[in-house]
Each structure stands twice: as structure tokens, then as C-alpha cells.
Write a protein that binds this ligand. Structure first.
Ligand SMILES: [Zn+2]
Length: 119
């Protein structure tokens, strides 16, 4: 028998997709931008092995939705909201911006309210 995932993960996933669908397209949000490329490198602050780096590409037709799910599947209420960094990048008229974002989620359901993910 397969173990059913706790409902909290399902609810979070649903909230994520609802927010995604409500987002405008990149063209509507930043008409002057043709595309955005994001390169993410992860660092595990607990000294464990870090998740693999990841890339995302956004074209004009993409949703201007820049919340990245935490690569740790057990992480609760985590993830990385790139929106402030992208706002800053577009406003600055630079081509590139480096930023650090720390996951504020909880490590897993047992450690909810106790141990932050901090990836
Ligand atoms: Zn996390």
C-alpha cells in the first residue's frame, strides 16, 4: 500500500497553481522585456549535499510568476520568490543581477515551527 502524502503538501501545491494562473504574462507585466533567464544555485546550510542547480526561462508569453518551489520535497511553506529581484533587475536597466534568497520554509511536517529550511 502506498503512503498518502499529507494534505498540507496538496494544499500548498494547489495554492501555487492558483497563484500561477492569476499571474499576468511577462509581456503584460514588463512590456519592454523580451525574455528572462534565471540560473539558480542551491546551497544546503546544514552541510548536507546541495540540490542540483536549475535554470528557468521566461519568454513574453510566459506567466510573470517567479516563485520557485523549494527542491526539498518535504519543505513546508518554502520556496523562492524571485519577483523582488526581477523587479529590481528590470527597474535598474541592467542585463544581469546576482541575488541571494533564503528559503524560509520548514524542513518537514515534524519540524514545522521549529526548523527552517534555509536552503
Ligand atoms: Zn525549503
Amino acid at each position: 500500500m502506498s503512503r498518502k502524502k499529507p494534505d498540507i503538501y496538496e494544499r500548498e501545491k494547489q495554492g501555487y497553481w492558483e497563484a500561477y494562473h492569476r499571474s499576468p504574462s511577462l509581456k503584460d507585466r514588463y512590456p519592454q522585456v523580451t525574455d528572462i533567464r534565471v540560473e539558480m544555485k542551491f546551497k544546503d546550510t546544514d552541510g548536507g549535499s546541495s540540490p542540483e542547480s536549475k535554470q528557468e526561462k521566461y519568454s513574453q508569453e510566459s506567466k510573470a510568476f517567479f516563485k520557485i518551489v523549494c527542491p526539498y520535497a518535504e519543505c513546508i511553506s518554502g520556496g523562492f520568490d524571485l519577483s523582488p529581484a526581477i523587479d529590481k533587475l528590470v527597474a535598474s536597466h541592467l542585463n544581469k543581477l546576482d541575488d541571494t534568497i533564503i528559503c524560509q520554509g520548514w524542513q518537514d511536517e515534524e519540524r514545522r515551527g521549529k526548523h527552517h529550511c534555509f536552503l
